[in-house]
Design a binder for this molecule. Structure first.
Ligand code: FPP
Length: 253
């Protein structure tokens, strides 16, 4: 991921009063929480919350493009979400297709590349096909990387990395001595991506719920009470502005 040049960005544009495009996080990760409670508050079924949340994804993609974020990783479906009622799981599995049907042309226009992290092969065929199509269609785009964490679990990711490392050591493709943080990171789904600079979680919950356990080691966290379907560009900017004030020391002084 390229490092932003603050002085260039400052000259380029100034989209909101007193908000400067300096020190924009390169990688923003979001735990999109509160769809169910949003629906309940309105006397609607939980799936209505997920459907509204789907449109908030596009609102957030637009904001990420506008404020020149490089990578947006969204926790769309966790390895634990299979425990939900079948009707809800089935609905969630149909949403990527619906989202892409509705928004793929706009993603193309905005030079957005679609990717995923997670256990892709265990997804239903119809979900895989829709997402695979989008990945192929957008693979030459070099703007925002829209990264869906789909059937993703942080512990699952670490275990699958460990299994591959053991295999590679057994087959003498890798020596145990050469294993370090950099080598290990290359066995994760996020291989090649910078770690998130900023993690946002909506709905008032303050935990990471098995999301990007390795990658969030030095990320800045930002929480809001807002339920995901009510999340707006203004909220996104609030998170960016808060991030701009943080002093990141990575364990140093
Ligand atoms: C958590 O809210 C949200 C999820 C488990 C699903 C997230 C999915 C979306 C936001 C829509 C997917 C969009 C695309 C583009 C595929 P919750 O249901 O746990 O909320 P609750 O804690 O209020 O019950």
């Amino acid at each position: 991921m390229s490092i932003k040049l603050p002085f260039l960005k400052k000259k380029q544009k100034k989209p909101l009063n007193d908000f400067e495009l300096i020190n924009i996080p390169s990688h923003v990760a979001i735990i999109m929480d509160g769809n169910g409670r949003w629906a309940k508050k309105r006397g609607l079924p939980r799936i209505a919350g997920h459907k509204a949340g789907m449109d908030t994804v596009q609102t957030t993609v637009r904001a990420a493009v506008k404020y020149e974020v490089d990578v947006l990783t969204l926790f769309t479906f966790s390895t634990e979400n299979w425990k939900r009622p079948k009707l809800e799981v089935d609905f969630l599995m149909k949403l990527p297709k619906e989202f892409l049907h509705k928004y793929l042309p706009e993603l193309m226009e905005n030079n957005v590349r679609v990717e995923t992290i997670g256990d892709f092969d265990s997804l239903p065929a119809h979900t895989r096909e829709a997402v695979q199509h989008a990945k192929e269609q957008t693979k030459e785009n070099d703007g925002l990387l829209l990264n869906f964490a789909l059937n993703y679990g942080g512990r699952d990711e670490i275990i699958q990395a460990m299994k591959q490392i053991v295999t590679d050591v057994e087959q003498q493709q890798l020596s145990a001595e050469s294993l370090d943080e950099h080598v290990f990171a290359n066995y994760l789904y996020t291989k090649g991506l910078s770690d998130p600079d900023l993690l946002i979680r909506t709905s008032g919950e303050q935990r990471i719920s098995n999301f990007l356990l390795w990658q969030l080691a030095y990320s800045e966290f930002w929480f809001t009470e807002t339920y995901w379907p009510d999340f707006t560009e203004e909220k996104f900017v609030e998170a960016l502005q808060d991030y701009q004030l943080r002093k990141r020391r990575y364990g140093g002084l």
